[in-house]
Design a protein around this ligand. Sequence first.
Ligand code: FAD
Length: 442
Amino acid sequence: LVEWKKDMEELVGEKVFLVDEKTRDKLSKDYFWYSPVLDAELKNKVADGVCKPSTEEEVAQILSFAYERRIPITTRGAGTGNYGQAVPLEGGILLDLSQLNTIIEVGEGYADVQCGVKLGRLEKELREKGQELCIYPSTYVKATAGGFFSGGSGGIGSITWGSVWDGNIIEAVIYTLEAKPRRLVVSGEELDAYIHNYGTSGIMTQLKMRTAPKTEWEQVIVQFADMENMLLFTEKLSKDPTIKKRLVSGAEPPISSYFTPLLNYYEEGSSVALLEVEEENLEEIKGLADEFQGSIVHVIDAEAYHKQMGLSDFTWNHTTLWALKYDPELTYLQCGFSNSHYLDQIQNIKNKFPREVFIHVEWMLANGEIRLGSLPIIQYKSKERLYEIIDYLESIGVSVNDPHTFLLPRDKNGYFEKILEKKKINDPLDLLNPGKLSMALK
Ligand code: FAD
C-alpha cells in the first residue's frame, strides 16, 4: 500500500494526490447520514488517498495506474448524494472531479461542460445568455453536472422536462478503467448505461446538457386548510398546459411547520403548495387556488429569483433537511403514487401510520405523463419498522425507491441491466465504486 502511494505521488504530484487524514475523511463522505441505516453502515469508510485531477489526461493516467495496481476508484463530484453513492466501501482512491470545471460552450438549447461544473454557476451563466437549465436538483448551488447525472434523478424543472433519463443529457464523454482507458463519446440510448450509474460503469468527464429559453419565474406560496385540497390544486396546476411552471411541490403539517423561515407567511397547521410559475400566470393561479379553497399568501417577484433563499430550498430533498433540523429522529422515503387513486393510497397511509408518515409531494413528468412523486417524512423508530412501512406502501401499490441502501437500485426500465452490461466491458476488474452493484455481480 505504502508503495503505491509513493508511486502515485510521483506520477501526478502531491498537489493532485492527497493523503492527509483530514482530506481523506472529509471527501470520503456524502450526505448518507440523512439515513440512520446508512449512517451506521458507512460512517467509518475512508479512502486511502484522494486524487484531484484538473485535466482529462490526468484522469486517464490515474485510471491506468489504478488498473495496473488493482486499486478501487470511487468518483466524487460535490458529495451531496444521499445514499453513500460517493463513499469508498473498499478504500482505494477517491477521485474528486471538482477541478474539471470548465464551461466549454453554451449554444442554443445546450451547455457543453466539464463534469465538475457546479450547476448553480452554470444556471447563472445560462440565464445571463438568455437560457436556463431544464432540470437541476435543489442542491444546485453545490452539486456538479457530472454528479447530478451519475447519482441524482430530478428536481426543479422536472414538472416540465422530466428526469435525468428524459433527454436532459445529450452527449457525454466517458472514461473506462482498463490498462489503456478508452475515451468514449456516448449519445442517444447508449447514455442509459451511464446515467445514475454511481460511477460504476465508467467515469463521465464532460457532458452536453439540454437547456431551455430563459423564463421569468415568480415564486408563490398557496395555503390550504386541508391536505386533500392542496393535492387536488397541485394536480390540476401540474396538468394545466397553459401555465408554465418549474416547480410544483406540496407539504402537509407538521412538515409545513419545519420551514421556519416561511412561518410568517402561513398559519400553523396549514398544508402548503410551493410553486415556481411564469410571472404572468398569477391570476390563473389565484383562480385555481379559489377553486380548492386555497389562498395565495406570499409571492416572490421574478427579480429576486436565485438572488436570495428561494422556495426550492424547501422542496425535493431539502424538505428532509428542514425536518432533520427540527428533529434528528426524522427520516424519509422516496415514493411514486398511482395516477388513478393516489388520494386513496395517501388516505390509507394516513390511517395506518397517523403519527409516523407525513406527506410531502413533488409533481413531475415521467414517461410522458404527469405523476405524483413523494419524499414523505418518516418518524424513525427502527430499521425493522422502516421496512414494515415500506412493505405496507408496496402492498397498496405505492412504488418505493429505498434511500436507505447504498446499492444501485434495480428498475423497471432495464437501466440497471444496461449499466451492468457496460460495467463488465469497461471495468473488467470491478474497480469502479466496488460494492455498489455487488449483489448483481455475484
Ligand atoms: P456526488 O454526490 O459527488 O456523486 C453522486 C454519485 O455520482 C456518486 O456515486 C459518485 O460516485 C458519482 N459521480 C459523481 N461524479 C461523477 C462523474 N463525473 N462520473 C461518474 N460518476 C460520478 N438529488 C436529486 O436528484 N434531486 C434533488 O432535488 C435533490 N435534492 C437534494 C437535497 C439535499 C438537501 C441533499 C443533501 C441532496 C439532494 N439530492 C437531490 C441528492 C444530490 O444532491 C444530487 O443528486 C446531486 O446532483 C449530486 O451531485 P454531486 O456533484 O454532489 O454528486
